[in-house]
Design a binder for this molecule. Sequence first.
Ligand code: F6R
Length: 242
Amino acid sequence: MKVYCEKDYDQASRRAANIIAAQVLLKPECVLGLATGSTPVGAYKELIAKCEKGEIDFSKVRSVNLDEYKGLSPENDQSYRYFMNTNLFDHINIDKNNTNVPNGLEPDADKACADYDKIIESMGGVDLQLLGLGHNGHIAFNEPAEEFSKGTNCVNLTQMTIDANARFFESKDEVPKQAYTMGIASIMQAKKILIVACGEDKAEIVKKAFTGPITPQVPASVLQLHPDVTLVGDAAAMKYMV
Ligand code: F6R
C-alpha cells in the first residue's frame, strides 16, 4: 500500500486529483469508479480546474459510481446522481451517457442490483476506484456485517450512517433508510484503489482499517489484501499512521 500523508484537506485533495488525472492521461478511455460524500469534493474541484485549463480530457472516460439511495430520483438534490452532476460531470467534458449510478428509482432491488452488475461487467472492470471511508469502516454503503458482500446489493443503512448523512437533509426522517451499493468483491476487482480520508474524526477508523485485523466488521480492512491501494489523508486523519 502506498500512503500519502498531506498537510491538510486541500493538499490531500490535490494529491488525489493528481492520481486520478494520471490515470486519465495514461488511459484516456479508462473506467473510473467514483464516490460521493464530503471527502472527494475537493479532488473533484481540482479535476474541474485541470479540465478547464485543458490539462485533462474526459471525453473518452467512462465511470461507475459506488452507490445511490433507494427511492431518490436523479433530480432529487440529495441523490448521488445529482451530486455527481453538480460536483463534477456538469463541469468537465465527460459524456454523461458514459456515466453510471445505480438506479435509485428501480423498486425491485434484485433487478436494480443485477442491472448494475451487468453494467460494471460490460465496461470490462474498473481501472481506478476512488473511495471515501465511513466512520464505522464502511466503503461505499457496505456496512459492518458478518461477511464481505459480493456484487451490488441493497443495504439497510445503519443509524450511524443515517445520522452522519442527516446533515444534508432537512430532517433525519428524510434520510433514506436503504441504498443500492457496489459490493466489496466488485470493489476489490478494481485494478487500482485510491482511498481518501480527512479530518481528525477519521483517525481512529483509518488506524483500525489499515493496521487492524481484516474483518467484515470493518469493511475497509479488506483493502489490506488488495495489491494496488493508495491511501491519501490529511495529517489529522493520518495521525496514527505516521
Ligand atoms: C459515498 C460512499 C460512502 C462515503 C463515506 C465517507 O459514495 O460510498 O462510503 O465515501 O460515507 O463519507 P464522507 O466523505 O462524507 O466522510
